[in-house]
Design a protein around this ligand. Structure first.
Ligand SMILES: Cc1cc2nc3c(=O)[nH]c(=O)nc-3n(C[C@H](O)[C@H](O)[C@H](O)COP(=O)(O)OP(=O)(O)OC[C@H]3O[C@@H](n4cnc5c(N)ncnc54)[C@H](O)[C@@H]3O)c2cc1C
Length: 415
């Protein structure tokens, strides 16, 4: 990627900026767009997010990399970077549609039927219908192939029973995409089928999980005889793993290192404004060294991200290399938040927005970033992916290879 805009890119940037200027409020110097802290006001945040998304969609600025036939612009990955850069200068609500638009929509585009594309993609793009991803289970996280939620066919319907967990947004989502075991006699990664499920269906019990930061971003979801029409099956019966891989590849790419929230500029500002015995913390050489190291690592990450975007804009699909961004970015943001909390001394332990610097955003980020290292693949799993699929090192030994799922040994069962 050339860091200077080509003439087409400059024209695109100008067009994006003109629309934003006419439709959104520009951030003043030192002001930040509402971020993580806004999560405290759930319903209001959802509404504002939906309104902004609909406005963008009506003007052709939503999901700009989606193909035109699904309401996007068919824009390149580089144009998407440009759009994000420009949008970040405006006071807009945080995007709560990432799972649908970044991961599930692209999966429907590849594996869905034409009716599914027709019915679901446009409301998803517009933010009218919010989507959740029902993959993880208590016994199937990193080893997602071990999932046990079952779907049994009855005529032109499927009956789902089981439990999912860590389902982000399930409490306010209209639709979910779920992986179910449909053939326990097949090998672990075979015999799985992918469905679209109406989250308002009878038999779905959604229980929010209270997190360390006091919010409930995700949920346990229980399924008891939940019926899904065969029309809502995504891809072939027992071949859901193919769709799951599409979702996961897009997940790693769309999560990257980003958690939203405060950035390096905010950290620098904090170090300048925080007084240590009457002097700005920034005057301390150890503080400056830490800041310099953060800056260098962030720049490395940014340019590696640009390289990926360049590959994508030349037609590559998100590959295992995307794991690098998250593996480096998530711990980096965790360290930055930890450093910001340390800088604040005793005030660092206060979660009260008014009592802590930056409205308590660094404290929220400090509590949110450990989760970022798990979501979309833990550090250990990402290292395995890089080792095996980027570096070509020998794969992990799989004791259950070739074994029917029902015969895979499990821990002692309750009798
Ligand atoms: C903020 C957040 C949001 C999430 N949102 C969703 C969502 O919307 N939908 C959804 O389906 N899921 C969601 N998840 C779940 C997430 O995908 C899982 O947490 C993740 O896949 C890890 O699974 P697990 O938590 O079951 O940990 P486990 O897989 O049980 O792992 C436990 C530990 O063992 C390590 N480990 C496991 N296997 C190996 C191995 N082969 N080699 C080395 N180490 C290993 C792991 O790295 C980890 O440290 C979310 C999680 C978080 C934190």
């Amino acid at each position: 990627m050339d860091f200077n805009d080509t003439s087409e890119e400059a024209a695109f940037r100008a067009e994006a900026r003109a629309w934003l200027e006419a439709n959104a409020e520009r951030l003043k110097a030192g002001e930040r767009a509402p971020g993580l802290a806004e999560g405290r006001a759930d319903q209001e945040l959802i509404q504002r997010s939906q309104q902004w998304q609909a406005k963008k969609a009506d003007a052709g600025w939503a999901c700009i990399t989606w193909p035109k036939e699904y309401g996007g612009r068919g824009a390149s990955a580089i144009q998407s970077v440009i759009w994000n850069q420009e949008e970040s200068h405006y006071k807009i609500p945080p995007n709560i549609f990432g799972i649908g638009q970044g991961m599930l929509g692209p999966t429907i585009m590849v594996h869905g039927s034409s009716e599914q594309k027709q019915r679901y993609l446009r409301p998803m793009l517009r933010g009218d219908e919010i989507w959740c991803q029902l993959f993880s289970e208590p016994g199937a996280g990193s080893d997602l192939g071990g999932l046990r939620t079952s779907a049994v066919r009855e005529g032109d319907q499927w009956v789902i029973n089981g439990q999912k967990i860590w389902t982000t947004g399930a409490q306010y989502c209209r639709w979910g995409m779920i992986l179910c075991r449909t053939d326990p006699g097949a090998e672990k990664h075979k015999g799985i089928t992918y469905f679209i499920v109406d989250m308002k269906s009878p038999g779905i019990d959604i229980r929010p999980i209270k997190q360390i930061n006091g919010l409930s971003g995700f949920n346990e979801v229980f399924f008891t005889d939940v019926r899904v029409s065969d029309d809502n099956r995504v891809g072939a019966v027992n071949e859901g793993w193919r769709g799951a891989l599409t979702t996961l590849m897009n997940e790693r790419h769309s999560i990257g290192g980003g958690a939203g929230g405060p950035d390096f500029g905010d950290l620098l500002q904090l170090a300048k404004e925080t007084l240590w015995e009457g002097r700005p913390a920034f005057a301390d050489s150890a503080v400056r060294q830490r800041l310099a190291r953060f800056y260098i690592r962030l720049k490395g990450l940014q340019y590696t991200g640009y390289r990926t975007q360049t590959a994508l804009s030349r037609g590559a699909i998100p590959g295992p290399e995307s794991s690098i961004g998250k593996l480096v970015g998530a711990p980096l943001r965790q360290e930055m938040a930890s450093f910001a909390v340390d800088l604040q001394g005793a005030a660092g332990v206060a979660m009260d927005g008014a009592a802590s610097a930056d409205d308590g955003l660094w404290q929220l980020m400090y509590l949110a970033t450990p989760g970022l290292r798990l979501a979309g693949g833990t550090d250990e799993i990402l290292r395995n992916i890089i080792a095996e699929r980027v570096l070509g090192l020998p794969p992990e030994i799989r004791a259950d290879k070739g074994m029917a799922f029902k015969d895979v040994p499990t821990g002692p069962k309750n009798t």
